[in-house]
Design a protein around this ligand. Structure first.
Ligand code: PCA
Length: 324
């Protein structure tokens, strides 16, 4: 009799486990703040997925680089510690050089061009990520990158010897080319780094300036429209394949929607943010024409270096970008 009870209890427990198995929770880490427009879009994506799959797939967000630092997120998804992640695409260039295509200076000058570049970059990037067991969910650009400074800038020489914040290989190399000292500061710490006087200048979006309330230390913003870096949201292919087909289809549908929504909100936020910087007393200035030319030349030098290091993979993206 005892044995019969044991068997019955085991069966009940197994039945319960089978039901619970139908509900999956993914952990998705982001290196960016929950209040950032990128992570707000991500939170909406998670909500959409839960609703569309009747809670069969829940996405638990781990934002702010707290559980996993920005640079650790992709490796953590690769080795199964996370099921999904959000990172800045150009942060992957050490392992996947063509992920940096969107951060080559002065190639893309508008959201429309950024979209065209993404359509060309996506298939080649997806193939590279597939080799690592990763799948692309969606990508959303940060607004155009401008130049911030505590002091007015009249020539490139004014940046020599200053401490310039970097967040990817492009910002690092540009600081080097300018003879500035690159200081790596995660996006969430930019406000603090400025307050502490650890940074004199930086290249990032107007939105990032607003989100970090940079107006205490920064007095000048130059709208140089240098590039449109994208955040990439991606998943472990193994986790994706383990989902029931219908759940997977709903997830991919929500991802496509998040991509469209994100691009629209990036553009809208970009416009508002420049005004907010000005409203807080930051001078929106133009660079002198000869400095603009020098900056363009530096961008060309960067492009040459990049194309040389990439070989034919760069042409797969840039030949159709420039000639089609
Ligand atoms: N904000 C992020 C990346 C690009 C941007 O506009 C940052 O500054 O780290």
């Amino acid at each position: 009799m005892k044995q019969v009870w044991k068997t019955a209890l085991c069966a009940a427990a197994l039945g319960h486990a089978a039901l619970a198995g139908a509900q999956t929770t993914w952990k998705l880490a982001s290196g960016y703040r929950a209040e950032s427009f990128q992570v707000e879009n991500l939170a909406q994506f998670a909500k959409d997925v839960a609703a569309a799959t009747q809670q069969q797939l829940k996405i638990e967000l781990l934002p702010n680089g707290q559980a996993f630092k920005l640079g650790e997120i992709r490796p953590a998804v690769e080795d199964g510690r996370l099921q999904a992640g959000e990172t800045i695409m150009s942060g992957m260039v050490q392992d996947i050089p063509l992920a940096g295509a969107d951060s080559v200076p002065f190639v893309v000058g508008s959201y429309q061009d950024a979209q065209r570049l993404w359509q060309l970059q996506r298939p080649v990037l997806a193939a590279k990520l597939a080799e690592r067991g990763l799948s692309v969910l969606y990508a959303v650009p940060w607004p155009p990158q401008g130049l911030y400074s505590t002091k007015p800038i009249r020539s490139l020489a004014d940046l020599r010897g200053t401490r310039m914040r970097s967040y990817n290989q492009t910002t690092l190399r540009i600081a080097e080319m300018l003879g500035a000292k690159p200081v790596d500061v995660p996006m969430a710490d930019v406000g603090q780094a400025l307050q502490d006087g650890r940074v004199d200048s930086m290249i990032t979006s107007a939105v990032t300036g607003v989100e970090n309330k940079v107006w205490g230390a920064i007095h000048y913003y130059y709208d140089i429209n240098a590039w449109f870096p994208k955040n990439l949201v991606f998943a472990s292919t193994k986790s994706l394949d383990a989902l029931p087909a219908e759940v997977r289809a709903q997830l991919l549908k929500a991802a496509a929607l998040a991509e469209r929504r994100g691009w629209a909100s990036s553009e809208a936020e970009a416009r508002k943010a420049v005004q907010t910087l000005q409203a807080h007393g930051i001078k929106l200035d133009r660079l002198p024409a000869d400095m603009e030319r020098d900056l363009q030349r530096m961008g060309e030098r960067f492009s040459r270096e990049w194309v040389r290091s990439m070989g034919h993979e760069a042409s797969a993206i840039f030949v159709p970008y420039y000639f089609n």
